[in-house]
Design a protein around this ligand. Sequence first.
Ligand code: GLU
Length: 505
Amino acid sequence: MSQIVRTRIAPSPTGDPHVGTAYIALFNMCFAKQHNGKFILRIEDTDQARSTLESEKDILDSLRWLGLDWDEGPDVGGEFGPYRQSERKDDYRAYAEQLVEQGDAFYCFRTPEELDVIREERKAAGLNPGIKGDLELSDEDVKARLGNGDAHVIRMKVPDEGTCVISDMLRGTIEIDWSQVDCQILLKSDGMPTYHLANVVDDHLMAITHVIRGEEWINSAPKHQLLYKYFSWTMPELCHMPLLRNPDKSKLSKRKNPTSVNYYERAGFLPETIVNYLGRMGWSMPDEREKFSLSEMIEHFDITRVSLGGPIFDVEKLKWLNGLWIRENLSAEEFVSRTKEWAFNEKALLPLVELVQGRVATFTDILPLAGFMFSGMLNLDQADFEHKKLEVGQVKRVLQFTLWTLEAQRHWGKDTIFADIKSLAKVMELKLGDFMQPIFVAIAGTPDSWSVVESMDKLGPDMTRARLRHAVNVLEGFSKKETKKVEKEYKALSAKLAEKESENN
Ligand code: GLU
């Protein structure tokens, strides 16, 4: 390769730092390092409604915790900055307008409702319902409507028929029919670019040579390839990595497994293990050894040895590997310093003082009282969930519905958690005390602890959800048939909740 290899990770800061992001970052980093290239971190925050600085910070912190350091990025700078798309937003319009001038894109004034009608009409006529370039207006009409200040977007043109051939480093050629591809919006009505435009423009301006990303982006590749062609830019090589999967082979999702890097940090895993395990997702060392460090991975890296069968992210396997790392790689001194770093330090302990100090007579009382704040999954059995008032079916519902509600909670904090619980108890017509008891057991292992809402707040969303999920499993979960029923009940409850909320507003 004559060019300098430049790869990138381009997370959208809209949620927790996902292990999938760390996985893709790892492979991008190894590829770049192996070729003496550069690994770049770019924040794709064009979705302003969903992006938060908090999530951005979390993503950066977690990648750094894993040791997946980048050469250029929003925090370290670099000659191709700024590395945050919201800071580049004024530049994208010109690119979209250039394509309009070239005849490769067009202004579209249709409202979402009008487009729905068009889609339905196409469907009825047996055509592909995708939005196509025949919506284009004449130059005069466009001028007049722009003059009126009418809301509009800019869409790229895509061929109506034929096939688009994409070449992928792992998959060879992939063919996708153009009829399946929409005339993608490039510039939204608020003037912000879509992912597709911003991603292509920035990969070009940042001189990215290899785009290594998850396979969920394959369907975007035809649009991207066409954009590179319209702009007469060289397209980076594409490499779509296999998706991480739950042990049941479904796509890794937080409904079944903790997916946030923060969770694994809190649950006492070493960053070395996470990196090692992610390195084994679809890839292996030439000698197939299971335990290896990041630098060993870089030394032996070869992307063509990635296999495409969906790699399984199995927390039990990860735990086993972590045990190996702890036993074999830490000296006694390191073991002490790592445990200090993990939780026995001021930053981690100070927030617990308000809960613990007033409840102990001697220091020996501390661990029995607060041990659950340092645990992973609690050692519980069905008898722990015996309830004076509720039968086991109801107890399971309390836990499951609380879990689902908290999965949707994006503003983690004492007040929001408590409000969720209170409203859920109310629509389930249960007394708050009765409702809370199984939650106490799930989170603290006993109904006699300090405020469980405080515990959940401090344990964080991932550990809280994992413990609630664990509790449902201890009670043997729901059969497939029951799950459908329970989901329906939850939907009805949520509708009731929404109704109550709108009455209150
Ligand atoms: N912003 C996209 C994401 O959230 C980037 C996809 C890509 O790598 O092109 O993953």
